[in-house]
Design a protein. Structure first.
Length: 376
């Protein structure tokens, strides 16, 4: 849904009904993730994609039918066909489960507010009921603002609270996901499957050490959508002119800055100083924080010496096991730009549970579900 937020926001503000087709399940090598949507309005205008082209025609016609009939939401399954892949399936070999529903913006006014938050670059979540009692299918509930206030309703009862709690949790994690709720106890007696669409603020990449490698890494991090901060204790090196792709450049001792700045489960910490007086207090703190990735630059000799110093200041073996050092994947990188690719490749592989090996050398699905938990 949020992949087409701009258009949906305009249609909602105009009170224009539309059909929304959303990927609610993915199996195998389907081209687009859960939460991706196509929308079609009553004039036949369409926006978005659910398959990168494979089944768009069938989904478009189903949207038109749902709009015309004004009926209940419909489910459609698209999979690979050995007999005629181009006619009825996904030529990439994946499988898609798609929910198609009619949206009347006047009946769900909170969607306008949620979409407004998204296009303004602020965090928001929209929970959409995928499975459960027929009367609840397609209902939405939004969670907005830094206080994560919920708007809209699912059933004006226990389900509302349960869905809002799940939406808040996923919004904090910055992750779109499908979750099962209820079915037992008094909290939510009805079993529901809910897709929570999340538009989160950009994840952070904290780069410590204002060196040439940091300039290349800040550019690569910016390209990948991170909010990049470069921090160094030397004001002569830590300047905005040297790091035009960074969102901010900070002059401070690295560990002092890390103590006072905000991090979360998506944050990548990249230590490029390879200077013990900066590295040890910084890594001691970073390895104890709930961040996604901690990597440190240096030779293998530097790495061994660094591990010994970290042990001497009380860092446990479990925390040391989180340290990616020497930083990056083995790409044979030499230049700062190549090294930046090596580092970001490792961050991507770690985040998405990839192996870092050539796809030609592995079997099984190409796409894996995102990492669900972080070390604390």
């Amino acid at each position: 849904m949020l992949n087409i937020a701009d258009t949906l926001h305009r249609w909602c503000r105009e009170a224009r009904p539309f059909a929304l087709a959303t990927v609610v399940g993915v199996h195998g090598s389907a081209p687009l993730p859960v939460g991706t949507s196509v929308a079609v309005d009553e004039d036949g205008d369409a926006v978005g994609s659910v398959s990168g082209g494979c089944v768009e025609g069938q989904v478009y016609e189903l949207c038109r039918q749902v709009l015309r009939d004004r009926g209940a939401p419909q489910r459609a399954w698209f999979g690979y066909s050995d007999d005629d892949a181009f006619a009825v399936g996904l030529t990439c070999g994946g499988e898609l489960d798609v929910l198609v529903q009619r949206i009347d913006p006047t009946a769900q006014p909170h969607l306008v507010d949620a979409l407004d938050e998204v296009i303004q670059g602020r965090a928001a979540a929209v929970a959409q009921v995928m499975d459960g009692p027929e009367s609840l299918l397609g209902y939405t509930l939004s969670v907005l603002g830094s206080d994560h206030v919920a708007y809209g309703r699912v059933d004006a009862g226990p389900a509302d609270r349960a869905v809002a709690d799940q939406a808040r949790a996923l919004l904090r994690a910055g992750r779109t996901a499908r979750v099962d709720i209820g079915g037992t106890g008094d909290r939510c007696p009805e079993h529901l499957s809910v897709l929570v669409h999340v538009a989160a603020t950009r994840p952070r990449m904290l780069i410590f050490g204002a060196v040439d490698f940091a300039a290349a890494l800040s550019q690569a991090g910016h390209f990948l959508g991170y909010r990049v901060t470069v921090c160094d204790a030397h004001p002569v090196f830590a300047t905005a002119a040297r790091f035009p792709h960074a969102d901010e450049v900070v002059v401070d001792w690295p560990h002092r800055y890390l103590e006072r700045t905000g991090v979360d489960e998506r944050t990548a910490v990249c230590v490029l100083t390879h200077d013990a007086k900066f590295d040890i207090p910084l890594l001691r703190l970073a390895l104890n924080l709930p961040v996604a990735y901690v990597g440190a630059m240096g030779s293998r000799r530097t790495h061994d010496e660094r591990l010994q110093l970290l042990r001497e200041v009380g860092v446990t073996e479990d925390h040391l096991a989180r340290l990616r050092s020497p930083i990056g994947l083995d790409l044979g990188a030499r230049t700062p730009e190549e090294t930046a690719v090596s580092i970001t490749a490792e961050i991507i592989a770690h985040t998405n549970r990839g192996t870092g090996r050539p796809l030609t050398q592995i079997t099984g699905p190409i796409h894996r579900p995102p990492r669900l938990t972080s070390h604390r």
